[in-house]
Write a protein that binds this ligand. Structure first.
Ligand SMILES: [Zn+2]
Length: 186
């Protein structure tokens, strides 16, 4: 149940392959490596440009949580909110994506709870972990965004209104993504 430590080598002695996209890291250039899991034999190699994702570094059930957050982030990032009515649809879509993420995170909590039950009295710590993960899921599910026009007294032309919505939608989208990564599970 730990996140793999990342080691940096400043000058590689030979060519390596970056595990992110499979490109070559030429001999003489810096690279990073990490191992996932206790006594793992497989060294994961990354170039300096491709940061290992949390889910790639995580050896435990928590990988499911990080994967859910990453999935939600990429779905939310893809939403454009490009015109007024569309922005409201996309706002609803963020709510749905956050709900799906919460569901996926709760499944991880269930895994901890099952493991805790299997361990009997010794599973108390895992039981607490399950509670904390569920709290995090609720926080994410509780997200709500608002596109209300703060200047509703002002007359603005339709073109401006659209770019105004785009700007505010982008803010709301960033807030949702921030909530994903600011939520703690421990
Ligand atoms: Zn790379």
């Amino acid at each position: 149940m730990s996140v793999a430590r990342i080691y940096t080598v400043n000058k590689s002695k030979r060519d390596y392959t970056c595990g992110a996209t499979g490109h070559t890291i030429p001999a003489g250039s810096p690279y990073r490596w990490f191992k996932v899991g206790f006594r793992s034999r497989t060294k994961q190699i990354r170039c300096m440009d491709h940061d290992p994702k949390m889910s790639e570094r995580e050896s435990s059930k928590m990988a499911g949580v990080w994967a859910a957050l990453e999935d939600a982030e990429s779905q939310i990032s893809a939403l454009a909110g490009d015109v007024e009515y569309r922005a409201y649809i996309d706002l609803d879509n963020i709510t749905l994506i956050m709900g799906d993420a919460a569901d996926a995170i709760r499944e991880v909590a269930d895994e901890y709870r099952e493991a805790a039950e299997a361990m009997g009295g010794a599973g108390e710590e895992m039981e607490e972990k399950a509670d904390l993960i569920e709290d995090g899921a609720s926080e994410i599910e509780g997200w709500s965004g608002d596109l209300e026009d703060p200047d509703d007294d002002e007359e603005i032309d339709p073109d401006e209104a659209i770019s105004d919505y785009e700007g505010r939608f982008a803010e709301v989208r960033d807030e949702a993504i921030s909530l994903l990564w600011d939520t703690t599970f421990d």
